[in-house]
Ligand binder design. Structure first.
Ligand code: ACO
Length: 403
């Protein structure tokens, strides 16, 4: 706690809390984490039960509306989302303006931000109806944007959304269908995709969600706020971790090199960390990682992939780390990203798309949190203070008198 009178001559105190490890920035009723027990609840429902029994559309409804839908409410919600899956035809030009080798996350930041120019007339943030329409648009269009970013990068024509498919099937179709060939989405893979989306749907005040809230606290356009969230998610300490996990597993290369890698991760003179391990809040097994591990086995079985070398390395790595005093003492367990990269690679997603999938899934969490923030009577514009470490006031020195 800093006494600001000594610093600024103002009255009162503020806390100096780098990384906000002990600061609640808001009140929220959306998701709850018990980091010690490894529990994650969405609106009170455990994530493993949602992953087992629910589907992504239902979880989206839950996050946005506070309760699971009735059959009628769900049908209405799915219908509304489905009607918003197309992109404005002018959006084509945004994709075509990028270099083909652009990272798809860069394209996502640009294209989602550009949506604020298409829907500037329908985003009066104080109007609940307009906020809901913006939320539907974002949830519905994100798979189209994500798939088109990929298609553009490989030089294939864009596949338009087929609205007779489910949300996850439609996304896989836009990703992997090619006009010249027949393509049918594998239902087991669609189910796995849906589960991956559920596992990433929301996670209280992480860096990207806090970014969305902070951007939105000024009353900014929701599409611009979500673009800010995507930018924050991109980093390897956040959404970029599953890409980093796969790179790490590839670098390890063989099971017999796992011990050497764990040794490096413990060496404080080596910047190397075990990617996919550790979490700011979970000091126990991330409940999402458990479901992800099970889904990983299901997907590899379905695809007939036996003895996947990366999965073998990952499982050995997990075993060695969980028996190692360093990881045990610091309570470092696998997080959601540890197994997701292996599944996504097996499903045919290139590594650059991993974080994009995370952004797609998290969009509903971001918009739910943004909506909650706007309605919170205690909400003010986000405006942190700082602990100033620069020089005290001194007079201006003319340029000819400077040394
Ligand atoms: N490998 C080795 N050591 C680690 C790891 C790791 N993956 N994670 C943390 N540690 C060590 C730190 O070196 C530190 O040690 P010290 O106390 O001796 O200095 C201690 O554990 C605490 O770590 P912090 O970095 O202070 O913890 P923080 O809460 O700030 O970081 C984070 C959490 C960023 C997730 C970190 O564990 C990490 O970098 N993990 C790897 C990247 C990753 O998997 N990110 C995905 C996060 S989940 C998500 O975004 C969906």
């Amino acid at each position: 706690v800093i006494d600001i009178r000594k610093l600024y001559g103002e009255t009162g105190y503020f806390t100096y809390d780098p990384g906000f490890t002990a600061t609640a920035s808001c009140q929220s009723a959306i998701s709850y984490i018990d980091g010690d027990k490894g529990v994650l609840l969405h609106r009170g429902y455990p994530i493993d039960e949602l992953a087992e029994h629910s589907d992504y559309m239902e979880v989206c409804y839950l996050l946005l509306n506070g309760e699971l839908p009735t059959a009628e409410q769900k049908a209405g919600f799915v219908d509304t989302v489905t009607r918003h899956t197309m992109l404005h035809d002018q959006m084509n030009y945004f994709f075509r303006g990028f270099r083909r080798d652009a990272h798809p996350m860069a394209i996502m930041v640009g294209v989602v931000g550009a949506m604020s120019a298409f829907y500037h007339d329908s985003t009066d943030v104080d109007d609940p109806h307009q906020r809901m329409v913006a939320s539907y648009r974002l949830v519905a269009k994100m798979p189209t944007i994500a798939a088109w970013a990929y298609k553009y990068s490989i030089g294939q024509p864009f596949i338009y959304p087929k609205n007779d498919l489910s949300y996850s099937e439609r996304f896989l179709d836009m990703m992997f269908a090619v006009p010249a060939e027949s393509y049918r989405v594998d239902p087991v893979l669609a189910k796995a995709m849906d589960r991956i989306l559920i596992l990433h749907a929301d996670h209280e005040q992480n860096a990207s969600t806090s970014t969305v809230r902070l951007a939105g606290s000024s009353g900014a356009n929701p599409f611009a706020c979500i673009a800010a969230g995507i930018a924050s998610l991109w980093g390897p300490a956040h959404g970029g971790a599953n890409e980093a996990v796969l790179r790490m597993l590839n670098e390890i290369g063989t099971v017999d090199r796992v011990d050497e890698c764990v040794k490096r991760a413990k060496d404080k003179d080596d910047p190397f960390r075990l990617m996919g391990f550790g979490h700011r809040v979970y000091k126990n097994y991330d409940p999402r990682a458990k479901v992800m591990q099970q889904t990983c086995h299901e997907v590899l079985d379905q695809l007939g992939i036996k003895d996947d070398p990366l999965l073998e390395i990952a499982m050995k790595l997990e075993k060695v780390a969980l028996e190692d005093d360093y990881f045990v003492d610091k309570k470092l367990y696998p997080n959601v990203d540890f197994y997701s990269g292996i599944i996504l690679k097996a499903m045919g997603f290139p590594m650059e798309m991993f974080t994009v999938l995370f952004a797609l899934a998290r969009t509903v969490g971001w918009v739910a949190q943004w909506n909650e923030m706007i309605q919170d009577p205690h909400q003010k514009i986000g405006r942190p203070r700082q602990l100033y470490t620069g020089p005290a006031q001194h007079p201006y020195v003319p340029i000819h008198k400077r040394d």
